[in-house]
Write a protein of this length. Sequence first.
Length: 467
Amino acid sequence: MALAPGAKRDFPIASRHLGRYQWLMQTPFMVSRRNFLRQLTASALAAPFVTRGLMAASPNGKLHHASFGANGMALADITELGRHPAITVVAAADVDLNRTAEFKKAFPQARIYQDWRELLEKETDLDTVNVSTPDHMHASIGMSALLRGKHVYGQKPLTHDLYETRRLTEVAREKKRVTQMGIQIHSAREYKMAVRLIQDLAIGKVKEVHTWSSKKWGDTGEMPTRTDPVPAGFDWDKWIGVCAPRPFIGDGWYHPANWRKRLDFGTGTFGDMGCHIYDPVFKALALTAPLSVRSEGPAPNQHSWAIDAVIPYVFPGTPYTEGKTVKVTWYDGDARPPKDVQALLGGTEMPDQGSIFIGTKGVMLLPHIGMPALLPEKQFENYPQPKIVGENHWHQWVDACLGKGEASANFDYAGPLTEAVLLGSVATRFPKTTLDWDAKALKFTNVAEANRYVRRRYRAGWEVKGL
C-alpha cells in the first residue's frame, strides 16, 4: 500500500538520524547516569498485548521483585521495571555496598544484601527478579532463581558460556517460567520495522549481512602485576564468584568499569553489543544455529579479549535468504565491512554501529539505533510504510508474568541468539580456522580443542544445581 497523498514517510530511505535511542549508542562513561535513566524512561513505549502468557504466583496482581545488581545497568533495569504498577521492589543484592545509594534513594523500603544467595534464601515471597550483574554471574544467579520458581529478566548476553545458555533455556522451558533477555531495542519500533521490511521481502531475498560495532571492549596491554587493597564495603571474593581467585587490581581494571574486557568475566565487544545488533538480523531472517564460524581477526591474550574482530558465520538458509546458506559477518573496533559493501550505501553515511542487509532487489541499512534505510533511495522513494508500534521491553515482560501477552525475547528466542553470539567469542581464540558447529550436540566437530570453551568448571563452593 502506497503512502496517502500528502502523507509524510516516517521511516527514512537514507537517514542520518539515529532515532530516539541515540543515547544507547554511547558508552556508559559518555552519559551521566541521571541523563541515562531520564532518557531511558522517555524512550519507553507502552502498547496493549493480545497473546497468551503465563501467570506469576501473585494472588493480588502484585509482583514482589528483587534485583541482582543495584547500580549501572541493574539500576536502569530496576528503575524501568519499578515504574510498572504491578511491581513492588522488595530487595536487591550487590557485592559493592558503596554503589547502592541511588537504589536506596529510589526504593527506600527495599532490603539490600551483599550475597545474592542470602537474598534468595531469605526473600521467600519473590515472584520476579532481574539479573543485571557482570556476565560471569548471569548463569548461577539466573539458574538459582529459575529453580526457585521465579520469573527472570536476564541481561545480555544471557550467560558467559555456551553450556550455561543452553541449560538456562532448557530449565526456563521446563519450569514454564516467563523470561526476557535485556535486548530492549528488540521491542522498539526501529528494530521491529527492520524485521517487517526484510520479511516483507522489501529488498528481495537476503544474500548476505554485514554487522558491526565501533566499541572496543578488549585490551592488548599487559595486566598489572600489583595487588591493590580492596575498598571497604566491597566484597571482592563474592564479585569473583564462580571464577578462580585472584588478587584485586584497582583503577577500574576489573570493577566497576572494565570487566567486559577480561576473558573470565566479560564477553568482549561481541558479547556486549552482538546480542543487540545481531538481534534484528537473527529475527528478520529467522536464523537457526550456525553451521560454522571463523575468526579473521586477532586472538585474545592471556587475560583480555581482542579488538578489531572480523567473524564470518555461515547459517542455514531460510525462506528470507537466497541459497542453501547465508553468510553473516561481524566487525568491531576499527574493523568495518569491505569497501565494495560500503559503496552500496551510495551517499548515505555509515553509522558507528549497525547492519547492512544485501538483498536480491536492494539494500537495507539498519543503524543501531535508528530507523532502517532502503537503498538505492530513488528506487524505494514510493515504498509503502508498514504500520509498526514499539513496546516497552521491560513492561512487556511484567505483563507477561501477569498473564497479559508474551515476552518477545524470552529464553527460547534469546538462548539460541546468545549461543550464536558466544560462538564468535570462541572463534577468536582460533584465528584463521573454520570451526564446524553441531548445535544439537553442543560441540565443535573438527577442532576438539575448541570444546574446552563450551563449558567451564566453577570453583569449589560455587557450584550451582542445574549447571
